[in-house]
Design a protein around this ligand. Structure first.
Ligand code: GLY
Length: 315
């Protein structure tokens, strides 16, 4: 796909249920600001998505990276998925036990295998053979802010993190990282590492990163399903209606009950090539932030009301 000529854009989320306050807002603005600088410097979408998700992982504020929650055997298994919309290259590694911040390893591994999914154990052996093991973490945040947030981290499992990015050349990328969701049997794998479920990017369509109950997202291939439907929508208002309808269908399909979306509690961020950025959730609260070149700067919020507009409004 040739470059779209559309402005660079960075959209990130920190999962359904993450609480919003001014500390977190300022932290996310710092992350978005770093992403903005990288995009303006001409860095590719993949690399920017890895570095901003890496900052979210390192913070320990979310159920991803340093903040990831353990499974029932006490072992933390992290899932990461990333996709390059230019080439459709994908790398998903579920069940990582040897890296605290999995996206930090992606610049060393991505594009170096024809495989799409690698188990955490196999990936760990590869990483060790490369002499990479756990990379040193740059000291990004001060100790006081880390204490504030590590004390408040929600052990219910909220806080998958993800980003969708369009770079200066118009290429897209999506990256999602998680410690899972709530109580998990040992070895459980969620949606984040699985292409089309939690993570997807295609320069011709758009990019998406999902959050919420992985079992629901996996069973309904929610990420690609929503992205594809939005791409086929005639205009932005009909794309909004389409997202809403699909989320309801998913909720009802999974729960088996009309109007009972409890088990369909999912959300995400999406950048459509045709219709722009969207933040959506059903029926939770999704903390997300965005920056788009040439618009009114950085926006962070945890409320994207369907009645008003479930989309980011930049004007
Ligand atoms: N959405 C994250 C997970 O269920 O693993």
């Amino acid at each position: 796909m040739m470059p779209s000529g559309l402005p660079p854009l960075l959209l990130l989320h920190t999962g359904l249920g993450s609480r919003f306050d001014h500390h977190l807002e300022s932290f996310l603005k710092t992350v978005l600001e770093r992403g903005r600088r990288s995009l303006e410097a001409g860095e590719p979408a993949t690399g920017v998505s890895w570095s901003v998700v890496g900052l979210l992982e390192e913070s320990g504020f979310f159920n991803a990276g340093r903040g990831a929650i353990p499974q029932e055997d006490g072992i933390v298994r992290r899932d990461v998925g990333t996709m390059d919309g230019r080439t459709l290259d994908y790398l998903g590694i579920p069940g990582i036990t040897t890296l605290s911040c999995p996206t930090r390893i992606l610049p060393h591994l991505f594009g170096r295998t024809r495989h799409v999914l690698l188990s955490g154990d196999a990936a760990s052996r590869w990483i060790e053979a490369e002499g990479l093991s756990d990379l040193p973490l740059p000291p990004v945040f001060d100790a006081a802010s880390l204490r504030t947030w590590s004390g408040e981290r929600d052990l219910e499992g909220h806080g998958t993190v993800g980003a969708v990015v369009r770079d200066r050349s118009g290429h897209l990328a999506a990256t999602t990282s998680t410690g899972g969701a709530g109580r998990m049997r040992a070895g459980r794998i969620g949606d984040s590492a699985i292409p089309g479920a939690g993570t997807y990017a295609d320069d011709r369509l758009g990019a998406v990163s999902m959050t919420g109950l992985g079992e629901t997202i996996l069973r309904t291939v929610a990420g690609y399903r929503i992205l594809s439907a939005v791409s086929e929508s005639l205009d932005r208002p009909s794309a909004v209606r389409t997202i809403r309808e699909i989320l309801s269908e998913i909720g009802e399909g999974i729960s088996g009950q009309t109007g009972d979306p409890l088990n369909g509690q999912i959300g995400g961020i999406l950048l459509s090539v045709r219709h722009g950025p969207f933040v959506f959730h059903h029926p939770g609260v999704l903390l997300a932030g965005a920056w788009r070149s040439g618009e009114r700067g950085i926006v962070v919020s945890d409320r994207w009301e369907p009645e008003q507009d479930p989309c980011l409004a930049f004007s």
